[in-house]
Every structure is written in C-alpha cells, then in structure tokens.
Design a binder for this molecule. Structure first.
Ligand code: CA
Length: 249
C-alpha cells in the first residue's frame, strides 16, 4: 500500500507560508518603526490581545471596511467612510460599481449638506478638527456624541470607549496627537476597534496604512494624546461615539 506523502505536503505548506510571511515582511518594512510602548497588531502579542479581548465587537465590521486614507489629510474622511459603511448607512451609488452603493473617500462630499459644513478642498489641505468630524457625521442619519479629551477623566475615557467597543452597531473614532504615543507626529484620526482589559490597551485601526500598522496603545497614553490642544481651534482633541439614529435606516 502506498503511503500518503504528508511530509512533502507539509514541506509544501511550509514553503507557501514562508513565502507569504516574507512577502508581508517586505511590505511591512515600508512602515515606520514603532515606539517600544506600542504593540503592533501584526505581532504575536498583538494577535493574542485581540483573541483574548472581551470588547471587540467593532473589530469585525471595521476590519471588512478598513481603508487607506487617499491623501495625507484625509484621515478623518477615511475613518468616517469605514464607520458609515460598517453601520450600513445608505450610501451614494458608485458609477464603477453600479448598481451598488458604498461610501468612498471620493464620493464622501457628494452630499451638499457635507460641503456646507466643510469644503473637501479645505480638508485636503489641512484636515479637520474634532468638532468638524462630529458635524460631518451629524449630516448623516446617525447620533453623534463628541468628547474633548480635556473634558473627560482617564476612567471616563476608558469606560465610554470600552462600552461602545463591546456593543455591535455603534463605533468610535479617535482624534489624537501622534507624538504623544511615540509616533510621527501631528494630529491624526482613526477608528478604534477593540479594548484589551488585560493590558488596558485600545486597538487603533490606523488609516495611514502606508505609515504605521494598527497598534495597541495604552488607555492612558491614548487619553493623554486626546487631551492635547488642537492649536487651529484652541480646543483639545478627543473622540466621537457614533450610534444609529432611532427610527433611521
Ligand atoms: Ca460598538
């Protein structure tokens, strides 16, 4: 009787997995190195933190909708596109995908109500503030709560965000100063996908995917990074909670 050649199959699998590993390693090498206090999501520790997290409901939908910001000032737009698509909010039709509808960073400002809040040309030049992020979200059928980092304690920050991450159908977007968490360098916006109580860390799905991988950052560091002043408006950064609007789609 001929024996099945498991060893050669295993060797083939190993070769394939090694190739995938090396290919991804080359891609990741293009991102900037991480500060020691941050844990890369694509590390064994980073993966374990997600598996053990009890507040990761938002990760699943956000991971399906995860996009790279299309220019270096569109972090807020990319974050909103991810959240609105994750919530199933009625989106514009996309000609190349017709008859399908989806929010993209290109069609986000097709809605005149949004352009009345903020012109896309302005966003492309200088990004947006936390309050503008809230106003743009408010132009959709969602309920938005804006929290400035300087107005909440660490305990409130942790509780409000972790509670949301444990619930399906609502989402968190954070506006923080990168340099406070050891990254380069200015203000940034991205969705938060999970909370690890064991390590007291949040997982940020960083939309500047060409620059950094998703990272696990301590609650205290992220809170401090949101309590920094956005000098364009003289207010602290912060976060928004986005919930379905009662009676809407
Ligand atoms: Ca949630």
């Amino acid at each position: 009787m001929q024996r099945v050649q498991f060893p050669s199959l295993n060797a083939t699998l190993r070769t394939v997995l090694l190739s995938i590993s090396l290919a991804s390693g080359q891609a990741i090498a293009q991102t900037l190195p991480l500060a020691p206090d941050l844990i890369a999501f694509n590390s064994s520790t980073g993966a374990e933190l997600l598996l053990e997290s009890e507040a990761k409901q938002d990760y699943w939908n956000l991971s399906i909708q995860f996009v790279t910001q299309i220019n270096q000032a569109y972090c807020g737009v990319a974050s909103m596109v991810m959240v609105l698509n994750s919530m199933g909010i009625t989106a514009p039709e996309v000609p190349q995908y017709a008859p399908y509808h989806v929010f993209t960073q290109e069609n986000f400002f097709d809605n005149p109500a949004l352009r009345r809040v903020l012109a896309p040309e302005v966003v492309a030049r200088q990004g947006m503030t936390l309050d503008q992020l809230g106003q743009l979200l408010n132009s959709h059928p969602v309920n938005v709560q804006v929290y400035h980092g300087g107005d909440v304690t660490l305990a409130e920050f942790r509780r409000l965000i972790a509670e949301n991450l444990d619930q399906q159908g609502n989402f968190v977007i954070v506006n923080y100063l990168r340099s406070t968490i050891g990254q380069e360098r200015g203000g940034h916006i991205s969705p938060i996908a999970a909370y690890s109580a064991q390590s007291d860390r949040f997982l940020i799905l960083d939309v500047a995917r060409y620059k950094y991988p998703p990272v696990w950052v301590t609650a205290e560091d992220l809170w401090q990074a949101t309590a920094t002043v956005d000098t364009s408006v003289g207010k602290t950064r912060g976060f928004v909670l986005v919930n379905p609007r009662t009676g809407s789609n």
